[in-house]
Write a protein that binds this ligand. Structure first.
Ligand code: UDP
Length: 316
């Protein structure tokens, strides 16, 4: 009824208390939508959404997607972001990670089918594995180990894309698939072991910066507001389901990143070198031509600006 009067959309965000999810919830509320945030708080945190609780259009429910969800109302759109996403977190309980990407994803797709909702899957550049093609475009099929420590996430996210595609083909579910590359910004968990949170925290404490391997492996870092903008554009784009890469096409080695963070924090930290984790991708950079053409999207935030905001967040 409310929707018919003022066109307010009812939106479900799973993993809404996580890093990207919390920014997405805030962004959708600012757009005037009604947001239900679902999170089991395994890696997400209520602190990330604390300021949203006073908004009358925001609802939170502590719940896992790994059990079927019964809900009486309707959702126009579902963003499925629920899944531990940093290597440390997703490898700490790999079976749960796979369940989230299979059982959990089926639960969400069945909910979307029942409620006639459009559903977007937060997929990942990890579907490309340790890529043999560079930069990675959506047509690249990937180089993924099925039995390694990263497989629970990489293969989990791959099968999630398959489930989305089959629910679309077989049952007509209205899907969207975004492949999110490394994203950073405020609300990253301190203990997630990711490179930006680790380096920033180490630099702020003047502790040694822990570089894994020789530091010449590369990643391309996208500020969270750009990622959220891309997710929103994909969700609201007619007649384009993806998969589409969302990431910043500027490539950095971990050595360069460490030096940049040391400079920006005026830190006295040294760089120390440790073992490279098994199956750690050697390079990663998105080809974003498809996102530019179909969504008119490209990242706007420069790494230095995004890092300054992230540093301030961790300082606080
Ligand atoms: N890394 C590092 N030091 C750290 C944390 C990570 O050198 O303290 C490296 C890691 O081996 C990888 C890159 O940084 O090559 C990005 O790691 P992250 O866990 O942030 O994300 P990934 O892209 O590997 O999922």
């Amino acid at each position: 009824m409310i929707k018919e009067i003022n066109n307010m959309k009812k939106i479900l965000v799973t993993g809404g208390a996580g890093f990207i999810g919390s920014h997405l919830c805030e962004f959708l509320l600012e757009k005037g939508e009604k947001v239900t945030c679902l999170d089991n708080l395994l890696t997400g945190s209520k602190n990330n959404i604390e300021k949203l609780f006073s908004n009358k259009n925001f609802y939170f429910s502590k719940m896992t997607i790994n059990n079927p969800i019964s809900y009486n109302g309707k959702f126009d759109q579902i963003y499925n972001l629920a899944c531990p996403a940093s290597p440390v977190h997703y490898q700490s309980d790999p079976i749960n990670t796979i369940k989230t990407n299979t059982i959990g994803v089926i639960n969400m797709l069945e909910l979307a089918e029942k409620k006639n909702s459009r559903i977007l899957q937060a997929s990942t550049s990890e579907v490309y594995g340790d890529p043999l093609e560079h930069p990675q475009s959506e047509s690249y099929l990937g180089n993924v180990n099925t039995i390694g420590p990263r497989s629970c996430y990489d293969e989990g996210k791959r099968v999630a894309e398959t489930l989305f595609s089959d629910f679309h083909r077989e049952k007509g579910v209205d899907i969207r698939i975004a492949r999110i590359f490394n994203t950073y910004g405020p609300n990253m968990a301190e203990d997630d072991g990711r490179v930006i949170s680790n380096f920033v925290l180490q630099a702020l404490k003047n502790e040694a910066i822990t570089i894994y391997g020789n530091g010449e492996q590369t990643r391309s870092f996208c500020y969270v507001s750009d990622t959220v903008d891309g997710l929103y554009k994909l969700m609201n784009k007619k007649d384009f389901i993806g998969p589409v890469n969302l990431g910043n096409p500027i490539e950095f080695s971990m050595n360069k990143l460490a030096k940049k963070i040391v400079d920006l924090t005026n830190s006295n930290s040294n760089l120390i070198y440790g073992e490279l984790p098994l199956d750690d991708p050697k390079k990663r950079m998105p080809d974003i031509i498809l996102a530019r053409d179909k969504l008119d999207w490209k990242p706007k935030v420069h790494l230095s600006d995004g890092l300054k905001k992230t540093i301030n967040y961790f300082k606080e």
